[in-house]
Structures are given as structure tokens and as C-alpha cells.
Design a protein around this ligand. Sequence first.
Ligand code: FE
Length: 205
Amino acid sequence: MSVYTLPDLPYDYAALEPAMSGDILELHHGKHHAAYVKGANDTLDQLAEARDKGALGGLVGLEKTLAFNLSGHVLHSIFWSNLSPDGGDRPDGDLAAAIDEHFGSFDAFSTQLSTATTGVQGSGWGVLAWEPLGQRLIIEQVYDHHGNVGHGSVPLLVFDAWEHAYYLQYRNVRPDYVQRLWNLVNWTDVTRRFDTARQVPNPLA
Ligand code: FE
């Protein structure tokens, strides 16, 4: 039985146009994300088989494959719900206050997240995360789906910087794609994730 399943998008493939073309979204969700879901499930099956047979010689590769695919599934699931045809603008309330506290201002925050996303070398993500040990927001520059990440941090807003996310539409101009992403951000979703993450007292203590 599969542990992970591909979530439906909360909107149609064409709903995020013109910032994100329907072709890109259909491929990105239906092919790329689906492959990470399958990869995570298949790798769990292979790990179970290896345990059953007492044959753990390939464990290093399986653990890497699990981290890659599982993190890909997690980040894409968050990415879809972070976006909305009615997105854009800025957050308010506690999230706005926390952004001001931890980054100085919304502009300083958005500049750092944009720079983290556009500056990924190769494939990766820019991520706004809640870091529970320090009880603060941080920005992470993630490589592939799982590198350069602080353990325990909870992704709240994620920007996919892989070429598959923009190349068909923006070609090599990743900064233009990232700039347009801000117009799609669903701050209601980000705020919900922020509130949920803060409800856990400190899981790392
Ligand atoms: Fe992607």
C-alpha cells in the first residue's frame, strides 16, 4: 500500500496564468511531483525488502533516494497550497510582526528570499521557515530538495527554483519568474502554517 499520494491542486492548471503557464503547472504537478511521490513510496518498499532479506548493502543509496523524493513531495505539496490565483500583497497580523522582528522589514525579508531563490546554484528552493529551537523565522537556501536545511525547521513559504518550474516560460531568466511568484503568494495559507507551527511548544527541546 502506498504511503504517499499526489495531492490534487486547489485550482485548475491554467489558474495561475499568466505568471505560471498551464503547461508548466500540468507537467510540474502531474509528472515531476508525481515522480517524487512514486520515488518515496518505491524507496520505502525497497527499504522494507532490504530489511526482510537482511541485505542492507545498498542502504546509503536508498537513504539518499528517500530523502530526495520525500523532501520533494513535502516541498511541492506546500508550494501548491502557497500559491493562489488571488494571491499577492503582504501578510498582516502576527506573521507581519514576526517578519518585521526577524528580518527588519517586509522589504528586507522579500529581498532576502528572492535572492536566496534566484541564487541557488543548480536546482533548489528558497524557503521561509519557522525554526522552533530559537522560536524564530529564518530563510533557507535549499539544494535539491533536502540539502542545506536546519533540522526541525518547518517550511512555511517555499519557492521552487528548479528549471522545470519556469524554463518553458521564462527560459534562463529566473529572477523574472521569482518576481512574478510574489503575485501568487497565498498569505492566508502561509499564515495558517505559521500559526500551526507556533502551536507546538518546542519539539526540539
Ligand atoms: Fe519542482
